[in-house]
Design a protein around this ligand. Structure first.
Ligand code: AMP
Length: 349
């Protein structure tokens, strides 16, 4: 999707991926190899004016040598903070952005102590490398601490209180090197089993949107951020609680390809290439649905008026994000009707 946004701007992309079948290889040049292999990274740097990433689990130490060869955007520090849930929460707290009560857990005793001090239910998570609900265990009572430890013990963990949210929302923005920022409308995201199923945008709540933008700006300015940044929040009793941030284009912003004047992908490229940022004005009321595990029938879905179909060309695997579709309508009621229709035609596996 970055390459597709780059093409009309005259920006040539080269991707580094482990697999020669990577989706990017269908539309751009590919260097294949391990993401932290110094020789491959050096090759990528020598071929590039700027290097960016759309996956945040690359060790900062692997990127550090590239900084003398090329420009890395967003900055490595933003990547490193977002790799560790504890550091991420520390940054949010320092910037007065509310987070769930939490504690670091390195031993079984730490976990029992945390469940007693913070209460249950709570979620035990790996501090690193968790995504889409992987590396998480919901602890209903302190006496489940043993089970939770059996599942996840051994790596650095964090225990946080369970948030009874009314909504999950995300805010996405792009910041240029000069400090200019554009914000997309809030998106309301529906997850199941920790994976994003579908989202709607704009989620119209002016007060929440103002607050979310203020928080995003604080993080971006502090990190001297360049590129697209996402923060995911729980809405609890009308208040935003930050869950995590992603220093990259984000699945909850895929709707912007068809639903906004300028997509998150294009604005990420504009930001990292020192081009003026584009308008984030929504074109209507949008729904985005992920294709998980198997692709739905293209013939069937394209029967829905104006539906945009995106197939990433990936091998199907249970739970894997293989593509998405987007529907844009003039008002919320029409959008919700079209969303319900599309959801009936899509199966997740
Ligand atoms: P994460 O990997 O932190 O984004 O978590 C994936 C999903 O699990 C979230 O989008 C929520 O739906 C759910 N989740 C994670 N942490 C919590 C929490 N503290 N309370 C309630 N639900 C959570």
């Amino acid at each position: 999707m970055l390459a597709l946004a780059a093409y009309p701007l005259g920006i040539k992309c080269t991707f580094l991926d482990r697999s020669i079948d990577a989706p990017a290889a269908q539309v751009a040049a590919l260097v294949s190899g391990e993401l932290e292999d110094p020789a491959r990274l050096a090759e990528l740097a020598s071929r590039s004016d700027v290097v960016t990433f759309d996956w945040e689990n690359i060790a900062g130490a692997a990127l550090a040598p590239l900084e003398s060869l090329t420009t890395i955007r967003p900055p490595r520090y933003a990547l490193e903070v977002s790799q560790d849930r504890l550091q991420e929460k520390a940054l949010f707290s320092r910037l007065k952005i509310p987070v769930a009560a939490h504690a670091a857990v390195d031993t079984r005793e730490d976990l029992v102590r945390a469940t007693r001090a913070l209460g249950t239910p709570g979620v035990l998570k790996t501090r690193r490398l968790g995504y889409d609900g992987k590396g998480q265990y919901v602890v209903q009572h302190t006496d489940q601490a043993g089970d939770a430890w059996e599942h996840l013990g051994g790596s650095e963990l964090i225990y946080e209180t369970f948030q009874s949210f009314s909504r999950e929302v995300s805010v996405i923005g792009a910041r240029s090197a000069t400090g200019a920022i554009v914000y997309y409308p809030l998106s309301a995201n529906t997850h199941a089993g920790g994976i994003l199923r579908y989202g709607v945008a704009p989620f119209v709540d002016e007060s929440l949107e103002r607050t979310a933008r203020r928080y995003l700006k604080r993080v971006m300015d502090t990190l001297e951020y360049v590129g697209v940044l996402t923060i995911e929040f729980f809405v609890v009793k009308g208040r935003l609680i930050a869950n995590e941030m992603a220093p990259r284009v984000h699945n909850s912003g895929h709707w912007t390809i068809d639903g906004c004047v300028t997509s998150q992908f294009e604005n990420h490229l504009r930001a990292i290439c020192d081009l003026p940022l584009g308008s984030t004005r929504p074109l209507g009321h949008t729904a985005m649905i992920n294709f998980l595990g198997c692709m739905p029938s293209r013939e069937d879905l394209l029967g829905i008026e104006g539906l945009a179909y995106h197939d990433y060309g990936k091998e199907p695997r249970p739970g894997r994000k293989l593509g998405h579709c987007t529907i844009v309508r003039r008002n919320q009621a029409q959008r919700n009707g079209a969303l319900a229709d599309a959801l009936k035609r899509i199966k997740w596996s």
